[in-house]
Design a protein around this ligand. Structure first.
Ligand SMILES: Cc1cc2nc3c(=O)[nH]c(=O)nc-3n(C[C@H](O)[C@H](O)[C@H](O)COP(=O)(O)OP(=O)(O)OC[C@H]3O[C@@H](n4cnc5c(N)ncnc54)[C@H](O)[C@@H]3O)c2cc1C
Length: 456
């Protein structure tokens, strides 16, 4: 910013974590910032659903966990003063495969109902993960060091995760195990996703014992950040047009049915590619930029939440989560940190084609019948539920970005490059889509781009 001149006017679009952090940091640098948000709440894909549930219970529809190595997320959580709590790690893991509940623990390894090699049976689930994933995790390299992407990283980006696993010697049974649970939650699963993205994402997820969540709901983080920012945020403002000239940027948005325009020196778009596609740019963005925005894929995620009269699953002693091979995907006790009620919420996390099928069904019935297969007791305790599809949320149009082979390394530099006075933030412009950490790092990178560029 030029010293001795009036501060540059910057408009940030989107009050998710990327837009909030960008706004806060630009304000600290002395810029004159305004933040426009389409919804009436901050947080975007940090979305704690409270309304339909009894006794003050809530359920995370989006971000729920913070890893011990998510230093940026933890730093902003500390700055705004939210309280964190460790996520309990049960001694046994539960899976539901081929119609059977499978219990696995170090003392009593499961007999997996898939065809594994003799060595894989000996290794057990944790051993299989280590044998096949460790070489790939090493081969991704450190994307924060100069010289990245390395030859090995480029190679990983040219194959699917399934091809990588086959190359490591994984049997068809081992691959079936990889298709259940977390490994499957990126894009359309391991048969389609780039091995490089899948492995980098696993590094972010790394199942350390110190994963945390926010007491009272994840939405405390964006809400408190928004309070710090104050009246700089305008809610209910859906941006539709952006016009750039040599002198300024003009932004058109709709607020309570009326069309408004404002002008500024620069604009930061902190909204996913899927929504950027709906905005009209004049003059049009470069061909290259437009191509990546049009083609960046977004993972389909559908969440189904069931309210239960009691937490009958406490009798199962180890239920915190169940990985299933059903359309409902991953089941989670959504109320494991909530103690206000004897009632409880079970939430499912379904991704890819299963998520699209569940949301197309339009009712909760097929999800409930699958949940009852896993927990027959649910029939006596069910009180109601709801389905939420990220594909149908107009301001995200999907859950988080994913890449097929040969897309990630090619698209990323174009995704985060500026276009004149227009800058691009959001987790989809980072190495870690699907993580708050990715959203915050994209915001800090954007602030750097602005601060280090010449004054306009
Ligand atoms: C199902 C799911 C599970 C997840 N789990 C985790 C997890 O456990 N841990 C973790 O760290 N991360 C998780 N994430 C990822 C995390 O939620 C995101 O990475 C992060 O919140 C993205 O922030 P953002 O600011 O980039 O985008 P967003 O949060 O999408 O923010 C974009 C904002 O822009 C607004 N907007 C869009 N269009 C317009 C427009 N035209 N005009 C004005 N405003 C507009 C939107 O309303 C929104 O508020 C999960 C996400 C999902 C969906």
């Amino acid at each position: 910013m030029a010293i001795g001149r009036s501060p540059e006017r910057i408009v940030v679009i989107g009050a998710g974590m990327a837009g909030l952090v960008c706004t806060l940091e630009l304000m600290k640098q002395g810029y004159n910032v305004r933040l426009l948000e389409a919804n009436s709440r901050p947080g975007g894909r940090i979305y704690t659903m409270r309304d339909p549930f009894a006794d003050g219970m809530f359920c995370e529809m989006g971000a729920a966990f913070i890893g011990a190595h998510h230093f940026l997320t933890l730093s902003y959580a500390r700055q705004v003063g939210v309280q964190l709590i460790n996520v309990p790690v049960p001694g046994r893991s539960l899976s539901y495969i081929n119609g059977r509940l499978i219990i696995d623990s170090p003392d009593e390894p499961a007999l997996w109902p898939v065809s594994l090699t003799a060595e894989e049976r000996m290794l057990g689930y944790a051993g299989i993960l280590e044998k096949y994933l460790e070489p790939g995790l090493q081969a991704t390299g450190n994307p924060f060091l100069p010289g990245w992407p390395t030859k090995q990283a480029v190679q990983l980006d040219s194959m699917t995760m399934e091809q990588y696993l086959i190359g490591q010697g994984a049997s068809s049974g081992a691959i079936k195990l990889f298709e259940i649970g977390y490994m499957q939650m990126l894009g359309d699963g391991i048969r389609k996703v780039s091995a490089l993205q899948r492995l980098l994402d696993l590094k972010m997820a790394s199942s350390e014992r110190s994963t945390q969540t926010i007491v009272g709901g994840m939405d405390q983080l964006p809400k408190k950040l928004a309070l710090t920012i104050g009246s700089t945020i305008s809610y209910g403002c859906a941006v539709t047009h952006i016009e750039q000239s040599n002198k300024e940027v003009t932004i058109q948005f709709i607020h309570s049915g009326e069309v408004f325009t404002i002008s500024c020196d620069r604009v930061v778009l902190a909204i996913p590619s899927t929504v950027l596609r709906t905005i009209h740019f004049s003059p049009p963005l470069s061909k290259e930029k437009n191509e990546v925005i049009q083609n960046q894929l977004s993972t389909s995620v559908t969440r189904t939440v069931i309210q239960s009269r009691t937490r009958f699953w406490r009798n199962l002693s180890s239920f915190a989560t169940v990985n299933t091979d059903l359309k409902i995907g991953w089941l989670l006790d959504a109320t494991f940190t909530q103690t206000t009620s004897k009632r409880g919420l079970i939430c499912s996390y379904s991704s890819g084609e299963s998520a699209r099928e569940l949301s197309r069904a339009g009712t909760i019935n097929s999800a409930i019948s699958e949940m009852k297969q896993v927990f027959p007791e649910l029939s006596n305790h069910y009180e109601g539920g709801m389905v939420f599809s990220w594909d149908h949320n107009p301001y995200s149009r999907g859950a988080y970005a994913w890449y097929q082979p040969k897309q990630m390394i090619r698209m990323l530099p174009t995704l985060f490059s500026e276009q004149g006075r227009i800058y691009f933030a959001g987790d989809h412009t980072s190495l870690f889509p699907g993580w708050i950490e990715g959203a915050i790092s994209s915001a800090l990178r954007t602030v750097n781009q602005i601060v280090s560029s010449n004054s306009l």
